[in-house]
Design a protein around this ligand. Structure first.
Ligand SMILES: Nc1ncnc2c1ncn2[C@@H]1O[C@H](COP(=O)(O)OP(=O)(O)OP(=O)(O)O)[C@@H](O)[C@H]1O
Ligand SMILES: [Mg+2]
Length: 511
């Protein structure tokens, strides 16, 4: 007889149905796992054997065969321990035969029979719910699974014995409750930054419309400091976004204690990051930093120090909002709709833009061109807001802290985002849409400028030689500026400010 237990295999953030089949037959004593299993899965028989023994169950002296079907789908990870153990327990009669029929199962086993946390519980729970099944997962992941649906049957046992007792009816487990991670202390506040009003304004615009931002300035001007304060003005995740973002974190094994976080992701990989670390992939396909930043911010400090090839690998995901990783044995797609915020010095000496400073490897222009050449033109073209962050003067530093902090800016940002959400929901474009991500055809319509504005952008497109992308991106920023002002039409003044963020940055490159 064959005992079956449902589990899943992950392809990107999709959980595909996998059937664990166990047969116990007469023959040479053996315990084999077949079905395109990787090393962690093959090793699971040792953990299963020990965990069953520790739970007081001896394996029969027979031939045990475990098949993971479909056999052509690669199986990775350690979450097959629990379904295999439960199928074996079903086969030897340690669990009632029909107990497992309505469940999808995943979890890792320790040698003493306790069930340890695994990655991917949230997508597995969503997939199980769609198939009309309940879920059995590790206790630590229970709160995560409970997010999938309010009425879904979720069992989160600590050990094999606890689960067996539940099915016998001697110790019935309660359904875990969905949890939100407690906010980890206050975020750094914009009020800490003296002066830099222009940069703060740009940061606010970037937050309001989800625009990409590049800050260029001398060392110690406060660029890293500004970027670190972006999370404090970003709007909280909507419930739909929360699930979407958490699915990726779940697959990456980044959800601690089963509690989801409603803070927008803010990822800041070091500039030594490899291509696989940034875009995803590697030996076992894992989401990269750009996918972990989905719905939030990817902050690249010291942009020109990144490997140019790695930077250029961001170009395609920045346009499409997802990344497809193709390797010899797998092909997966991860969502990657992130907002890029980057900081850099104008040249290697760092001071080229300071009045009166002469670079050691002068002239200044050459020093800047050499350093800036590490960033490709097409990547720069994707950055809507490019600003210069000048050095702060001593006069600024001795001023009292500014009256406005993150709270005031966050209120304006939230209002601007609400206007965008309402506008794009009217056009059935989904709730997570921002001015930066909405399709070009729609932006032409919703950011159509008044007559004066049209003349301005027509002239500017010619004199600044805007690319088609540059043209649309200017409209996007102008739309955000109008949203911040609470205005329905984009006016000349919005366009002029939007154009200034492009012009300023193209200046050093042109000289
Ligand atoms: N506008 C400012 N107001 C208050 N303190 C500031 C300001 N700018 C810089 N500082 C101080 O200088 C320190 C360095 O700033 P930060 O690390 O942000 O500089 P940076 O522009 O990122 O420099 P680099 O280009 O070298 O990375 C801060 O920790 C802070 O103490
Ligand atoms: Mg810095």
């Amino acid at each position: 007889m064959v005992t079956r237990v449902a589990t899943v295999a992950f392809e990107g953030i999709e959980a595909r149905a996998v059937d664990v089949q166990v047969q116990i037959a007469a023959g040479i004593v053996a315990f084999n796992v077949v079905g395109l299993a990787d090393k962690a899965v093959a090793e699971s028989r040792e953990r299963v054997r020990s965990a069953l023994i520790a739970s007081g169950l001896a394996l029969p002296a027979k031939r045990i065969t475990v098949n993971l079907a479909p056999a052509d789908l690669p199986k990775e990870g350690s979450h097959y321990d629990l379904p295999i153990a439960l199928a074996v327990m079903g086969a030897i009669g340690a669990l009632p035969a029909d107990a497992l029929a309505g469940y999808c199962v995943l979890g890792e086993l320790a040698l003493d029979g306790t069930i340890t946390p695994v990655a991917g519980v949230l997508p597995a729970a969503m997939a199980a719910n769609e198939r009309g099944l309940g879920l059995i997962c590790p206790a630590a992941c229970g709160p995560e699974a409970a997010w999938a649906a309010g009425d879904m049957d979720v069992l989160a046992p600590r050990s094999l014995i606890q689960l067996a007792n539940h099915f016998k009816g001697s110790q019935v487990m309660a359904r875990p409750q969905p949890a939100i991670a407690a906010a980890g202390g206050p975020l750094p506040d914009l009020r800490d930054i003296k002066g830099q009003e222009g940069a703060k304004r740009a940061l606010e615009i970037a937050a309001a419309g989800g625009h990409n931002l590049l800050m260029n300035g001398p060392p110690g001007a406060g660029k890293s400091m500004l970027a670190a304060r972006l999370p404090s003005i970003l709007p909280a995740l909507s419930p739909r976004e929360l699930l979407e973002v958490s699915m990726i974190q779940s697959v990456a094994g980044q959800i601690k204690g089963g509690a989801l976080s409603n803070r927008r992701p803010f990822r800041q990989p070091h500039h030594s990051a490899s291509m696989a670390a940034l875009v995803g992939g590697g030996l076992n396909a894992r989401p990269g930093e750009i996918s972990l930043a989905h719905g939030g911010v990817l902050f690249l400090d010291e942009l020109p120090e990144f490997v140019p090839q790695v930077l250029d690998s961001l170009r395609q995901p920045m346009e499409t909002g997802e990344v497809m990783i193709a390797r010899a044995n797998h092909r997966v797609t991860y969502p990657a709709r992130f907002q890029l915020v980057a900081a850099m010095n104008p040249c290697r000496c760092g001071q080229a833009l300071e009045p009166g400073y002469a670079c050691r490897r002068g002239p200044n222009e050459r020093c800047m061109a050499q350093y800036g050449a590490r960033i490709s033109g097409p990547l720069l073209d994707r950055i809507d807001l490019r600003i210069e962050v000048g050095a702060v003067t001593a006069a600024d530093l001795i001023l009292p802290p500014p009256a406005e902090g993150s709270r005031e800016a966050a209120t304006r940002v939230a209002a601007a985002r609400e206007r965008q959400t309402a506008r794009y929901a009217e056009r059935d474009l989904g709730s997570a849409m921002t001015n930066a991500t909405c399709p070009a055809t729609v932006i032409e319509e919703v950011a159509a400028p008044d007559a004066e504005g049209t003349t301005l952008i027509r002239n500017a497109a010619e004199t600044m030689r805007l690319s088609a992308r540059g043209f649309h991106r200017t409209l996007r920023v102008a739309r955000t500026l109008a949203d911040l002002d609470g205005e329905a039409t984009v006016r000349r003044l919005h366009l002029a400010e939007a154009l200034s963020y492009r012009a300023r940055a193209s200046k050093p490159a042109a000289t």
